[in-house]
Design a protein around this ligand. Structure first.
Ligand SMILES: Cc1ncc(COP(=O)(O)O)c(C=O)c1O
Length: 367
């Protein structure tokens, strides 16, 4: 039997997620496995969020509020933006799909960095759009190259800041120069999944640009610094007219009740967020120092992961680290062979990882 599958789907590849801990334990018979592959929060979620989840169990049989009123209200209070400018989705992944579905016809173009978040590409291809990738030789996004790539077919430019999988970021001046030059007919999606971790001093609040640039959409998530990846909740800010269209496209019950209640609580626990960010910053300094001692060059990161050049076979490093109970992301999977991307964890795990990594390097030198 021949299924009449759309050609766009046939041309796509399945997303390769970081290996789950349970799978590695099962396959290798290991008792302890540390996952440093998917940029999850090693400190978990706020204890207050967990308490709220328990209380929400009482309402498990009810459909969630499809307009996520409580969460949009809380976000509005905290950001000063109107509720009509806010959309909530089942992770920013879901919102990327909503945006693609809203704007893209077959043959339209999107622009993204050559090493950026793969879901931009997958969702564009799903709609039959063409993906134009700009060079990132130094593993950072070049906004000027993105502007040069604009054609009359360009509908969307994705700016991932900080950028996954490189961790690099850009500051206020660069953003402003870009926004001034980008045609207003081109949508700019500023994906700030890792914004809470940023330490560079010239970082900006992207929401300040929404009034002047109606073509700007800002995406954020509760999956990273708020430690709620399993709950699937992300959010976006844009012009109210656009938000209205997006709400026509997004699944009505995309965001479950637990996610909505938990996200409100997470926003209120600012102390937990500060602890998470401080631990990440400590971890990042640790990696910088260790890698400098090893003479390995890394990309300066503003996220909760770090990418570096191992000068070796990254797949072999990935396999050997897994044998020692550490799951990381090999650059081969990300189109950056020779590199590995490691999620920054708690200091205990960071130290344990570095010890294992040095052993792997020594083993490979001895081959
Ligand atoms: C840059 C970027 N955007 C979006 C996402 C998706 O996040 P969410 O869990 O909110 O769907 C990720 C997740 O890894 C990401 O790295």
């Amino acid at each position: 039997m021949e299924f009449r599958i759309r050609e766009e789907i046939k041309a796509m590849k399945r997303y390769v997620a970081g290996k789950p801990i349970s799978e590695v334990k099962r396959e290798l018979g290991l008792e302890t496995v540390v996952k440093m592959a998917s940029n999850e929060n090693p400190m978990g979620a706020s204890p207050k969020v967990k308490e709220m989840m328990k209380r929400t169990l009482e309402d498990i049989s009810l459909y969630p509020d499809s307009g996520s009123y409580g969460l949009r209200h809380e976000l509005s209070l905290r950001t000063g933006r109107a509720m009509e400018e806010i959309i909530i989705g089942g992770g920013s992944d879901s919102l990327i799909k909503v945006i693609s579905s809203t704007f893209l016809y077959p043959g339209d173009e999107i622009i993204m960095g050559e090493h950026s978040f793969s879901r931009y590409e997958d969702n564009a291809k799903l709609m039959g759009a063409k993906v134009v990738k700009t060079a990132m030789e130094d593993l950072t996004l070049h906004l000027d190259l993105m502007l040069e790539a604009v054609s009359d077919k360009t509908k969307i430019i994705y700016l991932c800041n900080p950028n996954n999988p490189t961790g690099s970021s850009f500051g206020k001046e660069e953003l402003e120069a870009f926004l001034k030059r980008v045609p207003s007919s081109v949508m700019v999606i500023l994906d700030e999944a890792y914004r809470e971790y940023v330490t560079r001093e010239d970082y900006f609040d992207a929401l300040n640009y929404l009034d002047a640039y109606k073509n700007l959409i800002v995406l954020r998530t509760f999956s990273k610094a708020y430690g709620m990846a399993s709950l699937r909740v992300g959010y976006g800010f844009a012009d109210p007219e656009l938000i209205g269209y997006f709400y026509r496209v997004v699944d009505p019950f995309d965001v479950n009740l637990f996610a909505q209640e938990a996200a409100v609580t997470a926003l209120q626990d600012e102390e937990f967020l500060h602890e998470v960010v401080a631990e990440n910053t400590r971890g990042k300094e640790f990696f910088y120092k260790e890698l400098e001692d090893l003479g390995q060059s890394y990309v300066v990161t503003d996220a909760n992961f770090i990418l570096w050049d191992t000068q070796k076979d990254d797949m072999e490093i990935f396999r050997r680290l897994m044998q020692k109970g550490y799951i990381i992301r090999p650059g081969g999977f990300l189109g950056i062979p020779g590199h590995i991307r490691v999620s920054i964890s708690t200091m205990d795990h960071n130290i344990g990882f570095m010890k294992a990594y040095k052993e792997v390097l020594a083993e490979m030198d001895g081959i």
